[in-house]
Design a protein around this ligand. Sequence first.
Ligand SMILES: Cc1cc2nc3c(=O)[nH]c(=O)nc-3n(C[C@H](O)[C@H](O)[C@H](O)COP(=O)(O)OP(=O)(O)OC[C@H]3O[C@@H](n4cnc5c(N)ncnc54)[C@H](O)[C@@H]3O)c2cc1C
Length: 470
Amino acid sequence: MSTVIHYDIVVIGSGPSGQKAAIQGAKAGRHVAMIEREPGVGGGCVYRGTIPSKTLRESALQTSRMKRSSGTPDMPAPSGLMVSALMRHLDEVVASHGDYMMNQLTRNGITLFHGRARFLSDHLIELLTVDGMTQTVTADTIVIATGSRPRAPVNIPIDHEHILDSDSILSMIYLPRSLTVLGGGIIASEYASIFAALGVQVTLIDRAPRPLQFFDEELVRVFTQCFELEGGRYYGGQTIQDVRWDGISQVVTTLQDGQVFASDKMLVALGRQPNLEDLNFSATGLTLTEKGALAVNEHCQTVVPHIYGVGDLIGPPGLASSAMEQGRRAVCHALGLSEGPSGGLIPVGIYTIPEMSSIGMDEAAARTRYRGIIAGRARFDEIARGQISGISHGLLKMIADPTGEHLLGVQIVGEGATELIHMGQMALQHAASIDSFVENIFNFPTLAESYRVAALDIVGQRQKRLSAAA
Ligand SMILES: Cc1cc2nc3c(=O)[nH]c(=O)nc-3n(C[C@H](O)[C@H](O)[C@H](O)COP(=O)(O)OP(=O)(O)OC[C@H]3O[C@@H](n4cnc5c(N)ncnc54)[C@H](O)[C@@H]3O)c2cc1C
């Protein structure tokens, strides 16, 4: 029988949230263990999510640039193109990330256990290794960071060969000629635009009238236009009646209005569900939210005060970026360390082609909150850097309060959006005025100059308002 080992902190799951929780605990001088059921550390983020999808996106961007520069935008994907060839950097990225993570764990004295964890009581965890051995550990603080997996709707026969989900999509050997994507959220929209840019004939189908319903309408319009320019089609307001593999070569999708689509492959991206089942919560007193996520407070603390939940497991926003911060904050809270100011300002980055990003209030939210907000716009094709780089689609929107002096939010679509947003984030965090964007010198020619142009637009509208009121 194995002995029970005691730790100050045990973290279950080695994804972004678990990593940051473990590192924070170790940096605070605590005895920390991490339990991971997979052979590699890094979580869904490294093996099935963020990193593989962004690696494929990089190839899609290169393909798209090549098509544009050769003047053949309608060129189909070369037949027989192997997905692995498009993702040739992935193994290197994953291997170097794995090495980096292992070094970081070792350097910080964190013990890594490989096994599937389950609770025996609220302080006692059993882990089952692949060779059938068990080990039990106890901890003063437990952080659950077991992430999520794709939701599998009961009426769609996902076989991971013809009908795939976001975990299996990149296991395709060859690039299909046509792909139907079910869903209108971030993962569906990202993969739809990536495959369209690779020359695949993509049909995106969702219940909502437009993709990315939660996001600024004007930006999504720019995205949809670009998607359609790449040959993609969006079918909104649709309900799926039936999906089946015809047994020969096609996935056949029938909509409730009678339309039928056939494609080589299908990607089902209809949301994600938390990885909870293995954990044996009945031994702990932990509770779930109405949506089936682990219920936590603003410190990521569950109803059992020494157990925390972080990352995808606790629900939206379901981003690696926020998961990391939740891990850090949870452990700071558990150890009575300062968490720093609330991380309420979370940037959203959507790696569609073109990419989109948002921080703070968007136009619709600001209009609901205030009367008479001012939106300033800068189009990338009117900025010197945009013209030099041949960027035909791109827009930066700054949202100001009704006085036109205070920044409320920034939304960007176009190349570099997910990087450019951080300037808006810093400005919001430090309550920078709209005028400060006009009074500062920006490098020229840059896309960042869009901030100055949008701010000038706001100042112009503000002056018109003042003159009209005088
Ligand atoms: C296709 C795709 C693209 C994405 N793109 C982005 C992006 O561009 N930017 C972004 O910020 N986010 C992105 N995300 C989201 C991001 O990957 C997740 O938000 C993030 O991985 C969540 O981290 P986590 O630590 O909660 O869980 P995960 O990364 O899922 O890690 C959970 C870990 O827990 C382990 N585990 C589960 N159960 C047990 C158990 N019982 N015992 C032991 N170990 C267990 C799992 O093996 C896994 O390693 C993307 C996701 C997908 C699917």
